[in-house]
Design a protein. Structure first.
Length: 275
């Protein structure tokens, strides 16, 4: 009975920041608050913890896509984290918000593109790692399946989905902490709504299984975070030597890009020389 009260069913809710009519100044302020919340409440830490064991499976030069990147803070942190472990990662931040095209503060990834998470402008298996932090809770039903299938489709090595673990304690804690941190009223509202739209570990596990037929590795993290990590359903087993080879030119040449706003970087442009 207590567990059911502490972790109620997923709630729909509406986040003000999702409204296309929200003014640019309020949007920017909300993104600033989300960035701080990621740093303080475990959003960034959860993704990096899941990324760490994946780095051994990557070539010395790799590519990471952050879907729903917001300010690009997690993509930026992932790039620094990988570099400290000997992997040069080019990061691509993708977000639907129009501001990613105009606001320098939202362009912290190596490359930033405006695009739809359920219709990614990238070819199959075209990036090594796909991360998706705090976006999945915006989706339910068929929309959630489409999102997870797109993440799986474009990933070559690993998909990492990180989201909020639904709990009344987490919602109340965020609301209280938001005041001394000076969060905007919209950020306070949206943060609570986000938590109550979050997942249990079982729900997220079943969502991935239903979408792509893979049993993901689920973990709980501090800050009421939950992650699901898995090798893409099309993933082929490679030898250790193959995994450590630099990404070949053909992997990029075969990429089909549907968005005229974005061309996937070639091996030459992000790394300063041909692969």
């Amino acid at each position: 009975m207590l567990d059911r009260w502490l972790g109620p069913p997923r709630q729909r809710g509406v986040e003000y920041i999702d409204d296309p009519a929200v003014d640019a100044r309020t949007f920017a302020r909300s993104i600033q608050d989300i960035t701080l919340a990621n740093a303080l409440f475990g959003g960034t830490r959860a993704v990096l913890r899941e990324l760490e064991p994946v780095l051994d499976a990557l070539a010395p030069r790799a590519m990471l896509l952050d879907v729903g990147s917001g300010a690009g803070d997690i993509a930026e942190a992932a790039g620094r984290f990988a570099a400290g472990r000997g992997v040069a990662v080019t990061t691509i931040g993708l977000d639907l918000a129009a501001a990613v095209e105009t606001a320098p503060a939202l362009r912290r990834a190596t490359h930033t593109v405006r695009g739809d998470a359920v219709a990614l402008p990238l070819g199959d298996a075209s990036v090594d790692v796909v991360i998706c932090s705090q976006l999945a809770h915006h989706f339910t039903g068929a929309g959630l399946r489409e999102l997870l299938r797109e993440l799986d489709r474009v990933a070559r090595v690993c998909v990492i989905v990180s989201d909020l673990r639904r709990s009344r304690i987490a919602a109340a804690g965020f609301w209280v902490a938001a005041f001394p941190l000076g969060f905007h009223p919209i950020s306070r509202h949206d943060g609570v709504v986000s938590v109550m739209r979050g997942f249990t570990t079982h729900e997220l596990s079943e969502a991935v299984l239903d979408a792509v037929g893979v049993r993901a590795t689920l973990r709980r993290h501090l800050g009421f975070r939950v992650t699901a990590s898995w090798a893409p359903s099309h993933h082929a087993v490679r030898t250790s030597a193959e995994r450590r080879e630099p990404t070949s030119r053909s992997a990029f040449a075969s990429t089909s890009v549907s968005s005229p706003q974005f061309q996937i970087p070639s091996p030459r442009s992000p790394f300063g020389g041909a692969a």
